[in-house]
Design a protein around this ligand. Sequence first.
Ligand code: MG
Length: 395
Amino acid sequence: MLAPYACDAAATRGRRYPEQPAPTRTDFQRDRDRIVHSTAFRRLVYKTQVFLNHEGDLFRTRLTHSLEVAQLARSLARALQLNEDLVETIALAHDLGHTPFGHAGQDELNECMRLRQRGGFEHNLQSLRVVDELEERYPEYNGLNLCFETREGILKHCSRADALRLESTDPGGVGQRFLKRWQPSLEAQLCNLADEIAYNAHDIDDGFRSGLITLNQLENVALFQRFRQSAQSEHPSLSAPGASRRLMYEAIRRMLSAQVYDVIAATQAAIGRAKLTKPDDVRYAGPLVQFHADMRQASGELKAFLLKQLYRHPQVMQTTQEAKTVVKDLFDAYLNAPAEMQAGFAARAMADECSGTSDIADALRARVVADYIAGMTDRFAAREHARLTGRQLLL
Ligand code: MG
């Protein structure tokens, strides 16, 4: 059922450490199972998407976000005859490197790291570090030993400097495409767009649930308003005063479907124009998974609305500020006293190459601290902060 330009597990470029194939699963199915069983995956349930975990039980977390991305990506892959197992695997892994407290945590950790090591902290690169290095499950190597295609999909952005570093340790690996300006697989491209479609939709829902976004404000977002109006004209009961939740769900549902059908049609047309015959043709074509121009524009307008009205809402900005303080304090505390970290991280930070006052030792020590903090859940970070500083923030 796969298109000739889809990734085929039987033709994988393989794993960093060769393994016997599994008797009943393809290599991509095996990767997915390894991700679901990883520690980093379980932590996603207590990591912020937009709202902190303790602000309400029904808001998205990184885990439920990842499941929604996987659902959308699978639907799209099936319609486009791409590899469903691979898109599910990439979607479930795509946020594994996220810090506690969402983008506030990532920005602050980057700030702390930038001063000590070139490259700073970047959550995409960290997702790759999690599956390549930080998970400790197998006797003979670090990481989950995933397939090239999965790892490539996880690394959706990468600076030139980071790509050069990856290329120096792993020539021809997942850094190469950023240096050659090649595209990743269609499955990787698809997860990227599914991520955006998912968070635009669920952030409206969470924003409305929190009371920070109102239906009146959404009248200014053409994409939402179109589907709200069609829902109300077909179902007059949705205009009743008590029906706003149901109206919201129905408008979002219609909006999601329209975006999915738009991506399928626009991508099919782009694939047709590119005359693909095999997976490698994808690399040398431009980006192919896409919206039509009018949907791209409408989706951009929705994104801009969420940025202004939700992500920069004073109430969200207040927690953002506290989250940054927690991350900065933790970073300084562990750097000064590495023994305060869990045993494995403490041992890494106190190993010979991290000792002394050289810039290299300082940078290596900082990387261990960043790995430790990035792996934390929101609540573990807040508790550690209280333990180490005596201050109660975000608890
Ligand atoms: Mg995401």
